[in-house]
Design a protein around this ligand. Structure first.
Ligand code: S3P
Length: 434
C-alpha cells in the first residue's frame, strides 16, 4: 500500500464543513431499529467501514435494510425476539463497537453465532465483555477462553439473569453489551463504572421505550417484551470527526471554520473543554436537539495554544480524541500531560505508543509515554515527517493534521480513514491546497 503524501497547508481553513454522521450513534441506530417491528428511516448515517460491518451483521441476522442513498437507510426488524440464526460467520471487520455490542445482543438468543474480524480486532481484549455476560448465564467460547476472536456465542442453557456489575474501566462498549443482554434477562441489570461514559445506548433504548435509568455512575435496565421503534432517526455529526477540524483550525493561523450539525452530547465534549483550556477560540451556535441528542454548529477560529494537564473523569469524554489533542499539544507553547489513559493501549493500535513514536516524528524528542499517559513538549520545531499510521484511522488523521499545519509528511498505512471518515483527505486537500 502506498504512503500518503500530505502537503503543508498553503492557506488558512475557512468556510463550513459538513460533519459526517456519528459512528457510535450510526451503529446503534441500525442495531436497535432491527429490534423493532416497524420501518425506521435513518438519515445522516455514517457510510464508513465500521458502520457497514454492523449493517452486514444485522442483515445476516434477518433484518431488512434498504439503502436509499449512502447516508440514508430504512431498517425494518422482526421484533425484539425476531433475530434469526446467521448462516454465515459474522465479520465485525475493524469495529470493536460492532463486536462488543453484538456479543451482548446475541448472548440471550436461542441460536449459535460465530464472530471474526480483522488483524487489529483479533488482538483486542474481549474478556471484558465475555466475563460479565457469562455471569448472566451466557455461553461464550473462543480463542484464549473467549478473550480473543474468533468467538462463538451459543444459545444459553436457560434464560439470562440480571446482574449488578462493577465495571473496572469506564467503557461504553462493555456497558452497552451488558445492557443489551439485560433487555432479555430475568430481573433488572445494573452496570456501574468508575466514571460516566458515552450514553448513546441509554438514550436510544429509552427512545425505543425500554426502561433504562441512570443514577450517578450506575445505569439500570429492566427486561422488555418489545421495543417500539421511532419512525425516523437523524444521526448527529460526529464530534470525534469534527475534532480534526477543531484542532486544524486552531493551529493553522487565520482559520475560521463552522462545523455543521455536530453532536455535543455532554459525554462526548471533553475535546471542547480541553481545547478551550489550551486557549482555543470555540463557540457554539444554533444549539438544538435532534433525535434525543444535542447538536450545534461549532465555530473555531485560530488561536495561540498553551499546554495543559488532564486525566480521570475527562478521559472517557474524549477517549478517541487523544491522538488529535496530542497534535494540538505539539503546536502549543509549554507542556501537555495526559494521565489515566491506559485504555488507549487497547484501541485499534496501541495509541499511546503510536503517539510517542509516530506523532513524535514531527518534533523529535517532544513526546514521551508512560504506562498510562503521555507528556508532550510543545513549541519545538516541526519538521517534515515520514511516519506510520499503523492502520489506525485516528492516528492517520492526527498525523495528517500535524503535516498540514507543519511541514508536510509521508504517512504510511494511512488508508484506514475509511473506517470512520472516508472523505477526510479530500476535505483536507480541498481546504488547504491551492
Ligand atoms: C464507543 C466507545 C468507546 C470508543 C469507541 C466507540 C462506542 O470505546 O473508543 O470508538 O460506540 O460505544 P470504550 O467506551 O469501550 O472505551
Amino acid at each position: 500500500m502506498s504512503a500518503k503524501t500530505i502537503r503543508k497547508a498553503l492557506h488558512a481553513l475557512n468556510g463550513r464543513v459538513h460533519i459526517p454522521g456519528d459512528k457510535s450513534v450510526s451503529h446503534r441506530s441500525v442495531m436497535f431499529s432491527a429490534l423493532g417491528s416497524t420501518p425506521v428511516h435513518i438519515t445522516n448515517f455514517l457510510h464508513a467501514d465500521d458502520c457497514l460491518s454492523t449493517v452486514g451483521i444485522m442483515k445476516a441476522l434477518g433484518a431488512r435494510i434498504d439503502k436509499i442513498s449512502d447516508t440514508e437507510l430504512v431498517v425494518t426488524g422482526n421484533g425484539l425476539h425476531g433475530l434469526q440464526e446467521p448462516a454465515v460467520v459474522l465479520d465485525a471487520g475493524n469495529s470493536g463497537t460492532t463486536l462488543r455490542l453484538m456479543m451482548g445482543l446475541l448472548s440471550p438468543q436461542p441460536f449459535y453465532a460465530v464472530f471474526t474480524g480483522d488483524t487489529s480486532l483479533s488482538k483486542r481484549p474481549m474478556g471484558r465483555v465475555a466475563n460479565p455476560l457469562r455471569m448472566m448465564g451466557a455461553r461464550i467460547e473462543g480463542r484464549n477462553d473467549g478473550k480473543l476472536l474468533p468467538i462463538s456465542v451459543l444459545a444459553p442453557d436457560h434464560e439470562l439473569h440480571g446482574i449488578d456489575y462493577d465495571m473496572p474501566v469506564a467503557s461504553a462498549q462493555v456497558k452497552s453489551a451488558i445492557l443489551l443482554a439485560g433487555l432479555y434477562a430475568s430481573g433488572k441489570t445494573s452496570v456501574t463504572g468508575p466514571y460516566p461514559s458515552r450514553d448513546h445506548t441509554e438514550r436510544m433504548l429509552s427512545a425505543f421505550g425500554a426502561d433504562v435509568t441512570t443514577d450517578g455512575n450506575t445505569v439500570t435496565i429492566k427486561p422488555a417484551s418489545e421495543l417500539v421503534a421511532p419512525s425516523a432517526i437523524d444521526v448527529p455529526g460526529d464530534i470525534s470527526s469534527a475534532a480534526y477540524w477543531i484542532v486544524a483550525a486552531s493551529i493553522i493561523p487565520g482559520s475560521d471554520v463552522i462545523l455543521e450539525n455536530t453532536g455535543i452530547n455532554h459525554t462526548r465534549t471533553g475535546i471542547l473543554d480541553v481545547m478551550r483550556d489550551m486557549g482555543a477560540d470555540i463557540s457554539l451556535d444554533n444549539i438544538r436537539t435532534s433525535g434525543g441528542e444535542e447538536i450545534a454548529d461549532i465555530r473555531v477560529r485560530s488561536a495561540k495554544l498553551h499546554g495543559t494537564k488532564f486525566g480521570g473523569a475527562l478521559i472517557p469524554r474524549l477517549v478517541d480524541e487523544i491522538p488529535i489533542i496530542a497534535t494540538a499539544a505539539l503546536f502549543a507553547d509549554g507542556v501537555t500531560e495526559v494521565s489515566d489513559a491506559g485504555e488507549l493501549r487497547v484501541k485499534e493500535t496501541d495509541r499511546l505508543h503510536a503517539i510517542a513514536t509516530e506523532l513524535g516524528k514531527f518534533a523529535p524528542g517532544s513526546i514521551t509515554e508512560s504506562e498510562d499517559g503521555i507528556v508532550i513538549r510543545g513549541g519545538m520545531d516541526i519538521v517534515r515527517a515520514e511516519c506510520d499510521a499503523m492502520d489506525d484511522h485516528r492516528m492517520a488523521m492526527s498525523e495528517a493534521i500535524a503535516a498540514a499545519a507543519g511541514n508536510g509528511a509521508e504517512i504510511d498505512r494511512s488508508d484506514s480513514v475509511r473506517i470512520s471518515y472516508p472523505d477526510f483527505y479530500q476535505i483536507l486537500e480541498s481546504t488547504t491546497i491551492d
